[in-house]
Design a protein around this ligand. Sequence first.
Ligand code: SDX
Length: 423
Amino acid sequence: MAESVTITDNRTGVAIESPIVNGGVDASAWRKLLGNTWFYDPGFMQTAATSSAITELDGEAGILRYRGYPIEQLAEHSTYLEVAYLLIYGDLPDDQQYEHWVHDITYHTFIHENVRKRFMEGFHYDAHPMGMLVSAVAALSTFYLEAKNIDDEEIRNKQIVRLIAKMPTLAACAHRFSVGQPFVYPDNSVSFCANFLQMMWKVAEPRFEADPKLERALDVLFILHADHEQNCGTTAMRVAGSAHSDPYSSTAAAAAALYGPRHGGANEAVIKMLREIGSVENVPDYVKAVKSGQGGRLQGFGHRVYKNYDPRATIIKKAAYDVFDVTGKNPLLDIALKLEEVALADDYFISRKLYPNVDFYSGLIYQAMGFPQDMFTVLFAIPRTAGWLAHWKELLEQDQKIARPRQLYVGSPVRDYVEMKDR
Ligand code: SDX
């Protein structure tokens, strides 16, 4: 059996055979055959928009690997900063590379005072932190004008360090503004996660001592959220990056996509759903309403790629118990466990291969750690910045064409302008 596909244009009888390479068929073969006839694929359900060496998913088997390393091993042995280096530069760093990388990130955590005083504090008192983050990331493009020189590798690498380093600072700044507390400057003497927790929670004490179990749990959550191949946000990064927008503007586009409740906003939607269900006893009726189409969707369930348990959800579920050892069990956990039990035994979900995804349990941990609900998607954006930048760097190295899909026009045929008096 040939590893190829043949397509015949029945209008001309001409057939073209095209080899299947790396799991795909190159569309350039069809261009010659089909001319101005397009494959119609809204949502890219059957389209590979690029080739990539960064992350591998196997949706049926529930496999996730970063540069070939299984996510389970990275979650157990690695750190978010080491994983960020791996995603962006392709290999695990040696000790000198890691030390240099961590030093660079640590000493770029500060943000320009104008970003904080004039920009972030200019928002309305009840601005959503994710809206603030998206805007602030775009604003950084006006502070680092050199970033437009995307062809200069040294300049590219400097913006990569700045973005990874400043995301926690911007995130914490948005939170502190939201709750009316003073901004906490970064502390270069502690780890990436301990620094973020300190910028979030420090009040009057000279130094906020992060609980090591919570610091580690956050690091694991950041590892799990760092990349996920061509998801919606990463596609936005690649589309904006393909226009040669600077990395700050491209990252803002990616974060804007992540903000959507179908994507990174789901972890916040899960908590709202669990609160709406209210008790374990209400779960069966809630599931019935979802199945009837009256109750919306189960937030934190289903995935475009995973038609099995999201491997990240498995790891997060375990991490939740480590966190609850410190914080006490999240009362919504029992409702979540019951919802999972009922859904996974129900043919409606089984037949549609709907399983808990990364967002189903992450919100329970964030809530138990004290993060406000409107910070959950911000917590997703912090680590996903590493993945976005890895894809941005890869697309530039691939010298990809600007993203410009075609369409099927189904609008009005040509017609003449009608004066207002004649309408
Ligand atoms: C993330 O892409 C990524 O990798 C994303 C992500 C990442 O790391 O970047 O993994 C992060 O975004 C995780 C997903 C978070 N979103 C949610 O949890 C929101 C709830 N889930 C869905 O809305 C939905 O499952 C999507 C958006 C995640 C996937 O949608 P698809 O692939 O377009 O699936 P679909 O809408 O075509 O659904 C197929 C069927 C439909 O039923 P029928 O029309 O065939 O009868 O499954 C049903 C849907 O109605 N369905 C659900 C459901 N999700 C799909 N029914 C109930 N509850 C759900 N959650």
